[in-house]
Design a protein. Structure first.
Length: 159
């Protein structure tokens, strides 16, 4: 992706978090902390002229702060279902914004959310074309745009 796309993606993410959630995101300062042991990852697929997915990964603590704002409820009292619901909506908003930055027409899938200890999400046949790392109150947020490689490229690597 181009530098312009990366800049637009960063602005899109910052807008979603500041306007919708009232949470400020900043550039990571110093060294980036290792991923949290318990994390969540929201994912939404984009299909059409451009094919790939958008992932939003964050710590349980940051998911609770975001969900607390969305549901106007104390963070410590939120259920895992509510955290998944909030992150699914954040992934949907992020994916919708990314869709607007890509060549169309295209469609979004329903969001998926995974959570747990040492969570890892892979997209076989995909390549990360853009990654934005930000933080809020020291908690890391990572958004990735992953493009499906063309069948010819995948076949060439298999040979």
């Amino acid at each position: 992706m181009t530098e312009s796309f990366n800049k637009d993606l960063r602005e899109l993410i910052e807008t979603i978090w500041s306007v919708t959630l009232g949470l400020e995101l900043t550039e990571p300062s110093g060294s980036i902390a290792p991923p949290p042991e318990h994390a969540l990852c929201g994912c939404i697929h984009v299909s059409g002229t451009w094919v790939g997915l958008v992932t939003v990964s964050l710590s349980d603590a940051l998911a609770r702060r975001a969900a607390s704002t969305m549901f106007d409820a104390p963070a410590e009292g939120l259920t895992m279902e509510e955290l998944h619901d909030a992150l699914g909506e954040i992934a949907n908003m992020t994916g919708g914004g990314v869709k607007g930055l890509l060549p169309g027409p295209s469609q979004l899938s329903l969001p998926s959310v995974v959570s747990g200890t040492n969570v890892s999400l892979s997209a076989p046949g995909g390549i990360v074309v853009s990654e934005v790392k930000l933080q809020s109150s020291g908690a890391q947020l990572i958004v990735q745009v992953i493009e499906r490689r063309k069948a010819v490229q995948v076949a060439a690597r298999s040979a």
